[in-house]
Design a protein around this ligand. Structure first.
Ligand SMILES: Cc1cc2nc3c(=O)[nH]c(=O)nc-3n(C[C@H](O)[C@H](O)[C@H](O)COP(=O)(O)OP(=O)(O)OC[C@H]3O[C@@H](n4cnc5c(N)ncnc54)[C@H](O)[C@@H]3O)c2cc1C
Length: 414
């Protein structure tokens, strides 16, 4: 029954979009990451004729762990992909908080049942490549066209109503261009010149390790968050593959380069992080350490221009202090389709509505991430100690209050 209803809805939308039987609504998606693949699926559901342009020869399996919360899982539920994601991922038992200097606990919260009860959906951690695989399999099943090795750039002709795509020397015209080209978005630089990418002086070092040889503090099925001086690090499982994701964030003095593949030596990592002994004993097993820049773009005032709209990290790259990058990308994709459904006869209005809705949320994310960054990286010892006393009391006496401040994130229904 549900399928029949969806199909009727799709046909109605096609009619509403004013499309004749012979003319379909042509959409290009720039980028085959989480937001690009997800947007393609939602827009295909609406009856649009979707083509993805991906600059690389395949969808990328690089990366490490991501966290999916109820707001992101709800979006996957709408694509009937939530079950696959939950099966691929792992549900952590507890959120454990530590003082990084001595590895002493400053609080612990049971999250497995608590989050499910509070938000109706599980909280899962998994490798980014697993989510990409799930989305890409569905893209293939839906027979959405994907052009690999296709770096697509904007072609702006003055006085034209629409912006075009330039790809492999060809000019391509589309009714809607969804820009999902990630953190260093070339489209944003070219079309939305007023929004500057602002590489803040912080970096994230990442590696994964098999839980087999790790000390118990890391190998358990928990999220461990360690607060240090001007830095923090977090560890969690990347799914059922027995691997643990380690992410170290710290302030940097110099400018960072935008590169997901910058490998650093163990020595460099050691020089940058004076490691606690419990952490040092893990190092012999580390094969590759990557350093990623923490990039934050200026707060946008609009996410659309003419027939172009931005989603995911292109719309706004997120500071990693709420672990919401993938969830926001999923929300964006779903909300874009919702707005097109709300204004089926008027794409301009649909994009305006999307922009307004998402900017409000982006600003909220921004405020809280900045606050979290300050708190996670407290430089003064006394302030850190006060913060730890506060965490001890909060986690013991009122664990629900801890999550109350996050309700607006996890309860969001795209
Ligand atoms: C290789 C990689 C690994 C990552 N690993 C992690 C991780 O482990 N943990 C984490 O929290 N976040 C990770 N991220 C970031 C995370 O995916 C994003 O924060 C979030 O999911 C939003 O994704 P997105 O689809 O907007 O952008 P992205 O995931 O960055 O995807 C953008 C896509 O656009 C393509 N592209 C760029 N320019 C063009 C162009 N001109 N034409 C065509 N295609 C183009 C890129 O090749 C890429 O596939 C990673 C991103 C990448 C690219």
């Amino acid at each position: 029954m549900r399928g029949a209803k969806e199909i009727t809805g799709t046909i109605r939308l096609k009619e509403n979009l004013g499309l004749s039987k012979s003319k379909s609504f042509e959409v290009a998606i720039i980028g085959g990451g989480i937001s690009g693949l997800c947007s393609a699926l939602f827009l295909k559901q609406l009856g649009c004729n979707v083509t993805i342009f991906e600059k690389d020869k395949l969808v990328k399996s690089e990366g490490a762990g991501i966290q999916l919360t109820s707001n992101g899982l709800l979006v996957l539920e709408k694509l009937n992909l939530d079950r696959l994601a939950v099966e691929a991922g792992l549900k952590p038992n507890n959120l454990c908080l530590f003082d990084e200097t001595d590895f002493k606990s400053v609080g612990s919260l049971e999250i497995l049942d608590r989050l499910k009860a509070r938000y109706g959906r599980s909280f899962i951690t998994l490798h980014r490549s697993l989510l990409i695989k799930i989305l890409f399999e569905k893209v293939k099943e839906e027979k959405i066209k994907v052009n690999f090795n296709s770096r697509a750039l904007p072609l702006v002709l003055e006085d034209e109503r629409n912006i075009y795509i330039s790809c492999k020397g060809k000019k391509i015209e589309k009714d809607l261009i969804v820009v999902a080209d990630g953190v260093g978005s070339t489209w944003k630089k070219n079309i939305f010149r007023e929004i500057k990418a602002d590489t803040i002086s912080q970096s994230a070092y990442r590696f994964v390790l098999s839980k087999k040889n790790l000390p118990p503090i890391f190998s358990k099925n928990n999220i461990n968050l360690f607060f240090g001086k001007g830095r923090h690090f977090v560890t969690y499982p990347t799914g059922k593959n027995g691997m643990i994701n380690f992410v170290f964030c710290k302030r940097e003095k110099g400018q960072m380069i935008n590169n997901w593949k910058e490998k650093v030596t163990k020595q460099k990592f050691l020089n940058d992080f004076e490691l606690n002994e419990s952490l040092k004993i893990c190092l012999p097993d580390v094969q590759k350490i990557y350093r990623w820049p923490i990039i934050e773009s200026e707060k946008p005032t609009t996410l659309h221009k003419k027939n172009v709209v931005m989603v995911g990290d292109a719309a706004k790259s997120m500071l990693p202090y709420m672990a919401q990058g993938a969830n926001k990308a999923l929300e964006d994709s779903c909300e874009l389709a919702n707005c097109i459904k709300d204004f089926p006869l008027n794409v301009d209005e649909a994009l305006k509505s999307y922009s307004k809705r998402r900017i409000k949320r982006i600003h909220q994310f921004d405020q809280v991430s900045r606050l979290n960054e300050k708190v996670y990286h407290l430089e003064q010892r006394v302030l850190r100690k006060i913060f730890f006393v506060f965490l001890r009391c909060l986690t013991r006496l009122s664990p629900n209050l801890f999550f109350k401040r996050l309700d607006w994130i996890y309860n969001y229904k795209a």
